[in-house]
Design a protein around this ligand. Sequence first.
Ligand SMILES: Cc1cc2nc3c(=O)[nH]c(=O)nc-3n(C[C@H](O)[C@H](O)[C@H](O)COP(=O)(O)O)c2cc1C
Length: 209
Amino acid sequence: MDIIESLQWRYAAKKFDPSKSVSPGDLKTILEAGNLAATSYGLQPFQFVVVSDPDLRQQLVPFSYNQPQPGQASHVIVIAVNTNVDADFIKASATYTEQVRGLEDGQLDGYAKQMIGAITSMDEEQRLIWAQKQSYIVLANLMTACAALKIDSCPMEGFVPAEYNRLLDLESKNLHASVVLPIGYRAEDDEQQNFTKVRRPLKEMTHYL
Ligand SMILES: Cc1cc2nc3c(=O)[nH]c(=O)nc-3n(C[C@H](O)[C@H](O)[C@H](O)COP(=O)(O)O)c2cc1C
């Protein structure tokens, strides 16, 4: 399938077939695609929390406004943002880049200082919003990879972050649930798959200057 066909095929699944599982290989590909998302300064201020345990997935349902998808899907990928993006986090990221690119120790100190200045000028709430913006780019990569593999998904903002944080013990890891993506295979009787996709025509959505 080409890219447009895959994206036409994708829809936000309302009902998954609980008997079907995403293979470990496909799950890895999907997560790799998410991890390749662009992030501001390349700081990757997020983590994937992959919930496959059926009991735990079921416990997420009441904290998802009783939407059934987390309970039925093969895996629930919670994109959680880091709440500890501070000078140490940024220095560690710069050091890692030096190692991966074979640079000298401290070669990126100046760049790190610049990043620290920019990020620490934001208050805690602004930093959370900044990190959450990145998480939506990650979400899009995950969804596109799923579609390319003919794996269904449903992006979800309809959940209670504080309860997800508690249930998945995210705060102890300096994480905060940002957006959620149950993945798996659509139920045959998910009526949503029969609805015509509604998008305003591209010519109404685009300004060529
Ligand atoms: C950020 C975001 C949050 C969403 N939250 C939910 C949700 O909580 N539950 C749900 O069933 N669909 C949710 N959706 C799915 C949208 O309703 C859906 O993508 C939109 O209606 C377009 O339909 P399509 O994706 O099937 O083409 C969400 C979509 C996005 C992008």
